[in-house]
Design a protein around this ligand. Structure first.
Ligand SMILES: Cc1ncc(COP(=O)(O)O)c(C=O)c1O
Length: 388
């Protein structure tokens, strides 16, 4: 039998390794919620919001029920709605676009930078310089895979064109752009605490962050059916509150997230060393036969939510790794503009060549704080075998 076929399995993510050392502390936090019976919002969520805002360096944070709802809340609280267009990326999780549509606004897409997979400011600027049927009022860059979008350029575009900047920071807890944390860069930001995220809840949860007192006040009102006073509805909001259990769990994990993100950096660095030692690395942005590695943009701090390589025979490599029980994931196989549900946006194949090419070449490898060096060696050895 081939040596790689007898090698150890490597999980894409193993949350049990994070849970075991926190077991007692998490149980005590959950017990406190049960003792106080504060199941929705209340002190467990308020305490998490204060600690989270402090850690991000923002004035306000509002816990809510998912990252998807956080995006909708951030947009709606920033005053985005019908008759306004928002520019975002076609290469992200679906919610980056569907939240714009849920807010009643028009979604306009612009192509990505092939080196970072993030929304390209140059394609956004080209769109802003063309007449649009619906006036553009905001840009929604996504800090994809934990790497901040080029905020220097987006801040300039926002200022020049009088636009709101909404961050999709769902994948970017702990990322920084020139010393400022993701979540503190724009007018409002949305985080997801979906269990696979760097900072994760025990179920669905999300959060809006903002430096604006007005956005904060509106987000709090909109997450509770548009109520400022109980049973007096000023606007049509929605029920998108955070559960007390999630607030309690997140408050515990917040104490450890910087250390976990530091370990993710170590894992990313080790992948770089292992791939270079194996002679598999090609200069980017496009691969021809080997592997193009992700890099940290100068002046920024990558949160290494995902470690995404580019490789030309991606699907075959994905299958090869799966046969050896080595985890890998394709984020994302179909760009958002080619999704069945969004045909109505009017885009087609060829509309965004960089996003479409990335969708054929990207492969996320296992990365999490507790991933061991021997497991990484197994991953890289299997890829070397596939490419040999
Ligand atoms: C970039 C991005 N935006 C939005 C979301 C939505 O977050 P949630 O799954 O918590 O609704 C996610 C997470 O899946 C995401 O990765």
């Amino acid at each position: 039998m081939h040596p790689a076929q007898t090698s150890q399995p490597v999980p894409m993510l193993d949350l049990k390794r994070q849970y075991r050392p926190l077991h007692q502390e998490l149980l005590e936090a959950l017990d406190h919620v049960l003792e106080t019976q504060q199941f929705i919002l209340g002190e467990p969520v308020a305490a998490f919001e204060r600690a989270a805002a402090r850690q991000l360096g923002v004035a306000h944070a509002q816990g809510c029920s998912s990252g998807t709802d956080a995006l909708w809340l951030a947009l709606a609280a920033a005053g985005i709605g019908p008759g306004m267009a928002v520019i975002t990326t076609p290469f992200s999780f679906f919610a980056s676009v569907s939240a714009i549509l849920r807010a009643g606004a028009t979604a306009l897409l612009a192509d990505i930078d092939p080196g970072t997979f993030n929304l390209n400011p140059a394609t956004v600027e080209a769109l802003l310089n063309k007449p649009q049927d619906t006036p553009v009022r905001a840009i929604l860059p996504v800090h994809l895979f934990g790497q901040c979008a080029d905020w220097t350029s987006f801040a300039r575009l926002g200022k020049d064109h009088g636009l709101k900047l909404i961050e999709d920071a769902a994948q970017a807890w702990g990322a920084e752009w020139q010393g400022v944390k993701a979540g503190a860069l724009g007018d409002a930001a949305a985080f997801s605490f979906y269990p696979t995220k760097n900072l994760s809840a025990a179920g669905d949860a999300g959060m809006v962050a903002t430096n604006s007192g007005e956005v904060d006040e509106r987000a709090r009102m909109l997450r509770q059916h548009g109520m400022r006073r109980r049973y007096y509805h000023d606007e049509i909001g929605w029920n998108t509150r955070m559960d007390g259990f999630q607030g309690a769990i997140l408050q515990v994990k917040l104490k450890y997230i910087d250390g976990w993100n530091q370990l993710r950096r170590t894992v990313a660095k080790r992948y770089h060393a292992l791939f270079h030692a194996a002679g598999l690395v090609e200069a980017g942005p496009y691969p021809s036969h080997g592997v193009v590695l992700p890099h940290e943009v100068v002046g920024s701090r990558h949160a290494w939510h995902q470690f995404v390589i580019r490789t030309p025979r991606r699907d075959a490599l994905h299958d090869f790794l799966a046969e050896r029980k080595i985890g890998s994931q394709i984020y994302y196989p179909i760009p958002i503009h080619l999704q069945e549900a969004l045909k109505g946006l009017g885009y087609r194949e060829g509309s965004f060549p960089e996003a479409e090419r990335a969708a054929h070449e990207v492969l996320a490898l296992p990365i999490f704080p507790e991933l061991r060096e021997d497991e990484q060696q197994t991953v890289v050895a299997a890829i070397a075998e596939f490419l040999s």
